[in-house]
Ligand binder design. Structure first.
Ligand code: BES
Ligand code: MN
Ligand code: ZN
Length: 498
């Protein structure tokens, strides 16, 4: 997509479509006010007649508006003026784009970037525009046969700015937004692909392809024999029941010399049947999304590499399939993790932590400044936070607060949850150093505490994305989260934010 900035008034630019908004009680956005003045009060009249609405996300397409150079004007409802924020900006713009997609517009101008949105200046409004446009254009059609419906022909998007002095910030926002969208699309594609295509080997090939596309980025893939030599018996216990070979995918991006890296570890269970502790049938197809942690960290890596950020980032993805068979791990089996700690596997469906603990131990070799794991780890997390926020757990308050803040400004929200020995005590085992499950209460936290037994001395945080990584129902599909949150965190660390 081609992004440009402009200080010209909404009515003066000869684009195919200009997007303007109206707030409750007839208050016009600054672009709408300009169009209204140029067209001798046409918007106010339409509003009075009830033909356009201020209701958040309601759009109307107007054509042949007198005095306006654009072919079309899309008027979108922005809701209440005093509570207009980034999330509402994105919702309104998304709906306006939906209306645009029904037209043949190739070049549009978003005048909503002139609005006073709490917590966002021209950088973030440009970024959220690019992200919203990118998300509107995303389709997952690779598994459909036959002719594909054409996408909207959009090629150029204008970002209205109040003064020329905002141009650099706005352009930078659009560039960052496009990189985030590209990372999210990679993450969504990996998530949406079925488990018979998106195998551990497929994720490994995707990571290798990315390394070929970017210098400064390398990918190394370890096979099961190599993992065995490293002592990753906890990880390997999860793959015992399947013929699909497990992979440990290691990506390294070097953007700055002599700096300790941020390591991102992503759960890559390409299908989670539960193993011998088999899951119930209904909805089991959604366990193809159990590699969305892996997809999220690889997508974030793609955004970082695309932006050539001055930072060092490593990605470690343990990728396995969790199936039952005559060779599968059984409840009660005890394995030795790479850390030397032994684990009694009381439930083979608590497999995410079994692969992550070895990946976390492996990651120590990078002497990380910070290490963040991302996983669709527990159903309990969905019960706790629903589908709106990613759970953020850390013993390090500063790290937790930084990630929460990154979620806020990127509109990819998280919420802090506690960790502590009170919950960790649930993991006691009569036979091994620990069990892999506790009771049902506080299940997201016990899972976090389990991982915490492998991150001693590290500046570590755990993100449970079980509720946020994909949508169910009619809109079933991967969301690309938490690519925005993680990229925002990394952008902040290298001082690339305004
Ligand atoms: N991948 C699941 C978690 C999950 C379930 C995510 C549903 C999203 C929706 C994970 O491997 C799992 O099965 N966890 C168990 C843990 C339990 C056995 C302690 C769970 O949440 O039921
Ligand atoms: Mn499971
Ligand atoms: Zn799982």
């Amino acid at each position: 997509m081609n992004y440009f900035t402009t200080t010209s008034a909404a009515s003066r630019r000869a684009v195919d479509c200009v997007i303007v908004g109206i707030y409750d009680r007839g208050r016009l956005s600054s672009g709408a006010a300009d169009i209204d003045a140029a067209s001798k009060g046409s918007l106010k009249r339409l509003l009075k007649n009830g033909d356009i609405s201020a209701q958040l996300g309601r759009s109307a397409v107007l054509t042949d508006v007198a005095g306006v150079k654009a072919t079309r004007v899309v008027v979108v409802g922005l809701g209440k003026y005093s509570t207009f924020d980034v999330a509402k900006f994105r919702k309104a713009l998304g709906s306006a784009l939906q209306a645009v997609s029904g037209t043949k517009s190739r070049e549009i101008l978003n005048s909503l970037t002139l609005e006073d949105v709490s917590g966002a200046g021209s950088y973030y409004l440009a970024r959220h525009t690019a992200q919203t446009v990118g998300e509107a254009l995303y389709r997952f059609t690779s598994m459909k046969s036959g002719k594909k419906a054409p996408l909207m022909p959009l090629r150029k998007v204008g970002l209205a700015i109040a003064k020329q002095g905002d141009a650099a910030k706005s352009k930078r926002g659009a560039k960052h937004g496009e990189a985030i969208v590209a990372g999210m699309s990679i993450a969504k594609d990996l998530g949406n692909l079925p488990a018979n295509v998106c195998t551990p080997s497929h994720i490994a090939r995707t990571a290798q392809k990315l390394a070929r596309e970017h210098k400064n980025l390398t990918t190394k893939v370890l096979n099961e024999a190599e993992m065995k030599r490293l002592g990753m018996h906890s990880l390997l216990s999860v793959t015992a029941g399947t013929k699909e070979p497990a992979k440990l995918i290691v990506m390294q991006y070097k953007g700055k010399t002599g700096q300790k890296p941020v390591v991102l570890v992503g759960k890559g269970v390409t299908f989670d049947s539960g193993g011998i502790s088999l899951k119930p049938g209904p909805g089991m197809d959604e366990m193809k999304f159990d590699m969305c942690g892996a997809a999220g960290v690889i997508g974030t890596m793609a955004a970082v590499a695309k932006l050539k950020l001055p930072i060092n980032v490593n990605v470690v993805v343990p990728a396995v399939e969790n199936l039952p068979s005559g060779l599968a791990t059984k409840p009660g089996d005890i394995v030795k993790s790479m850390s030397g700690q032994t684990i009694e596997i009381l439930n083979t469906d608590a497999e995410g932590r079994l692969i992550l603990c070895d990946a976390l131990t492996y990651s120590r070799r990078f002497k990380p400044d910070t290490i963040i794991d991302v996983a669709t780890l527990t159903g309990a997390c969905v019960i706790a936070l629903g589908h709106h926020r990613t759970a953020i757990m850390s013993y390090k308050d500063k790290l937790s607060a930084d990630i929460v803040a990154a979620g806020l400004s990127s509109d990819d929200l998280g919420w802090p949850m506690p960790l502590g020995d009170e919950w960790g005590a649930e993991l006691e085992s009569n036979f091994a150093d620990m069990a892999n499950v506790g009771g049902r209460p506080g299940g997201a936290i016990t899972a976090g505490c389990f991982l915490g037994k492998f991150t001693d001395g590290l500046n570590w945080a755990h993100l449970d994305i079980a509720g946020t990584a994909w949508k169910s129902g009619k809109q079933k599909g991967a969301t690309g989260r938490p690519v925005p949150m993680l990229t925002e965190y990394l952008l902040g660390r290298c001082g690339a934010l305004p």
